[in-house]
Design a protein around this ligand. Structure first.
Ligand SMILES: CC(C)(COP(=O)(O)OP(=O)(O)OC[C@H]1O[C@@H](n2cnc3c(N)ncnc32)[C@H](O)[C@@H]1OP(=O)(O)O)[C@@H](O)C(=O)NCCC(=O)NCCS
Length: 326
């Protein structure tokens, strides 16, 4: 008789499954093992693609000394940035970036310093930098001026030696987002390399995740509803250009969710609404509204399915449309 562990291994590798319907399977499971004996019982399991396991995020923390230092730094920046005056914020950002990049307090560069060093030190001050959205004619200069030092800090923080430390980064960016966005809810997780346009036209509700290198172009308005996730390299737009005259710009509201998923490298065009639990497949371009629970894919994105968790009436309406004359 083969040892129990070998039987378990073989069973796991083979996992023969008998389909009853497309929704339910019989699956063999080991229910008892004592010494060398193995009992196998067939259990009825609902269909799950590839019986994929569900993984929760792991809870990680830095060492206590580092954690206390990180949190104190975020608190002190938060306090500095609570003063909305652009001059005050610029001076605070200049100091913080100088400490991050040069490891000491800010000092005006000496004229004998190399020109590259001068360029570095001067560029750490937001008053010496220009950002693309500043050039846009539709920017609100006063609202942008308040946020620009913090947007610059965000960009340079991400590119600094600590920018890929995620435990620290989520917290730094959540703090910044509360000062920059129109609204940023609780438990919002933002990875590195995310860019916004104006910031003041961006709402991100509770429990959203925005993955690395996402572009949130809030020139019009973007509302990311509760529990929505935007995957790596996705782009969300909220402005469009006139076909004849590119300088004629229309801002629109683009709304995602609640609980929508914009997957890797997908694009949502200006004014599109992705409904509750809607999903845009990877590389897809959503140029039209996405109905709740619908999965769209392709360029331009079209519905490819409705989520199995959708309310019955939505699934039936989709199936009726699919079955109807094309
Ligand atoms: C949208 C997505 C989830 C669909 O996956 P799925 O449910 O396994 O879909 P299927 O493989 O059953 O595909 C259904 C149809 O849509 C097409 N399709 C699926 N994804 C597509 C995509 N990204 N682009 C174009 N067509 C796509 C399939 O070719 C298939 O077409 P067919 O019926 O003509 O053969 C998946 O393609 C996707 O984009 N995943 C991204 C990864 C992800 O989940 N990211 C989130 C991380 S936070």
């Amino acid at each position: 008789m083969a040892p129990a562990w070998l039987a378990r291994l073989k069973l796991k590798a083979a996992r023969p499954r008998l389909a009853l319907t497309t929704q339910v399977f019989f699956e063999p499971r080991i229910i008892k093992q004592r010494h060398a004996s193995v009992a196998v019982q067939c259990v009825m399991v609902p269909y799950q693609r590839g019986t994929m396991p569900r993984y929760e995020y792991r809870n990680l923390t830095p060492l206590p000394g580092a954690e206390a230092s990180f949190l104190s730094w975020i608190d002190s920046l938060d306090e500095e940035f609570s003063d909305r005056d652009p001059e005050h914020r610029s001076t605070a950002v200049r100091e913080a970036l100088h400490q991050l990049y040069c490891g000491k307090p800010y000092a005006e560069p000496d004229s004998s310093a190399s020109l590259a060093r001068q360029a570095l030190v001067y560029s750490l001050d937001p008053r010496n930098t220009t950002l693309e959205p500043e050039y846009y004619g539709d920017v609100d200069p006063a609202r942008y001026a308040e946020r620009k030092p913090l947007i610059w800090f965000w960009m340079m923080y991400d590119r600094s030696p600590v920018g890929l430390n995620h435990w620290l980064g989520y917290r730094v960016r959540a703090m910044l987002a509360r000062h920059i966005f129109k609204f940023c809810g609780a438990n919002v997780k933002i990875f590195h390399g995310v860019e916004v346009s104006f910031g003041y036209n961006l709402t991100v509700e509770d429990n959203c995740v925005i993955h690395k290198y996402v572009l949130l172009d809030d020139r019009g308005e973007i509302i990311v509803r509760e529990g929505t996730s935007i995957s790596d390299y996705a782009n969300v737009y909220s402005h469009a250009h006139d076909l004849n005259d590119g300088m004629i710009v229309t801002g629109q509201t683009t709304e995602l969710g609640p609980k929508a998923r914009i997957t890797y490298h997908a694009t949502v065009l200006s004014g599109v609404r992705v409904g509750e639990q809607g999903m845009v497949g990877s590389m897809g371009v959503a140029s039209k509204n996405v109905e709740p629970y619908h999965v769209v894919a392709g360029v331009p994105a079209k519905p490819v399915k409705v989520k199995p968790s959708a309310p019955q009436e939505l699934r039936q309406a989709y199936e009726a449309r699919e079955a109807g004359p094309r």
